[in-house]
Design a protein around this ligand. Structure first.
Ligand code: ATP
Length: 308
């Protein structure tokens, strides 16, 4: 019995690990629908987060077509345990930074380091396991809501799934459905709204609980009230666990409290600092802020003018 059960247990855990990494790979393919072109070094070491997860881009140049660089000599540091926001015009390369960090592509010049390890020197599996992302558009599977959340960690119990949904502010909606967590979603199930999808993606991430978190326009489909309360929950998780996080956002009000805001333009950093410092500096960020606030005020006034 002993001889038989040991290999079976062993196989069970190999199977679970294999399944989890296949699922992780699937997310990545779904994420950007690209063919992974990068090559792993022979016998790569696993990534070791010895300093709490500091991300550093050093003089990075990259273009999907090398003759058209998107990032030019870009250097930036995201300190361990801090919350950093990246802002900049559409198409300036914000999501590209995430794709490079995941190593969908390799840089053409410079290097990317996590806790002083060049990401080309560590195993892809350990790198990708360490990073969690709420992408601009989350793939949902033709399966139950519970399955879709549990995808973040297939070993999670139903209680843990529920807890994650609660923190992601989607539990009440799920519980109001006749089949609750067993409701089928996806192409062949119930169609859910963009904002609900985003909150399922956040639940998934909370369940995965990775050391490095990336939010790419993760709350853009939510109304201001829901967005603010979800961001509060996310912030408390980040603080509690001292996680390193990066937020890409167009609406500056959602990233006001970042430890640092990095402004990209033409593929490199044009300004960086806290919200207060950038406003004080009177540069691109402060112009953008003024413009957004003015359009919000206008929207407010218009709303007030509408007869009830
Ligand atoms: P947004 O704010 O609109 O999401 P972004 O700053 O995140 O934009 P990226 O998605 O990083 O921008 O894209 C940067 C540039 O690279 C864009 O000009 C885009 O067209 C181009 N690009 C993105 N993906 C690819 C690809 N797979 N092949 C070729 N060019 C690409």
């Amino acid at each position: 019995v002993f001889q038989l059960s040991v290999p079976l247990n062993f196989l069970g855990s190999v199977y679970r690990e294999l399944r989890q990494s296949l699922l992780d790979m699937q997310t990545l393919f779904d994420l950007q629908k690209v063919n992974v072109a990068v090559k792993e070094r022979g016998n790569p070491k696993p990534l070791q987060l010895t300093r709490g997860g500091e991300i550093r881009f050093e003089n990075v140049t990259f273009g999907y077509h090398p003759e058209r660089p998107i990032l030019r000599n870009l250097s930036l540091t995201i300190p361990a345990g801090r919350k950093v926001a990246i802002v900049g015009p559409s198409g300036c390369g914000k999501s590209t930074i995430l794709r490079l960090l995941f190593r969908f592509y390799d840089v053409q010049a410079g290097r990317i380091l996590i806790d002083d390890q060049d990401i080309r020197d560590v195993s892809l599996e350990s790198l990708r396991k360490s990073i969690g992302v709420v992408p601009q558009d989350t793939p949902l599977f033709n399966n139950t809501i519970e399955h879709n959340i549990r995808y973040g960690n297939i070993e999670a119990t139903r209680e843990q799934v529920k807890k994650a949904a609660e923190r992601a502010k989607v539990d009440e909606i799920i519980e109001s459905l006749p089949a609750g967590y067993d409701t089928m979603v996806g192409e062949r199930g119930m169609m859910i709204s963009g904002g609900e999808k985003q909150r399922l993606a956040v639940s998934r991430l909370i369940l995965k609980d990775p050391p490095l978190l990336f939010f790419d326009e993760a709350t853009s489909a939510l109304d201001t009230y829901t967005e603010q309360s979800l961001l509060q929950n996310i912030n408390s998780i980040l603080k509690e666990k001292a996680r390193t996080s990066v937020f890409v956002a167009h609406r500056l009000r959602t990233i006001l409290d970042s430890d640092e805001i990095i402004v990209l333009r033409d593929g490199s950093v044009t300004e960086a600092g806290t919200h207060a410092q950038l406003i004080e500096g009177g540069g691109v960020y402060s112009e953008l802020w003024t413009a957004q606030e003015a359009s919000l005020d206008e929207a407010d006034n218009t709303a007030r003018e509408v007869p009830t």
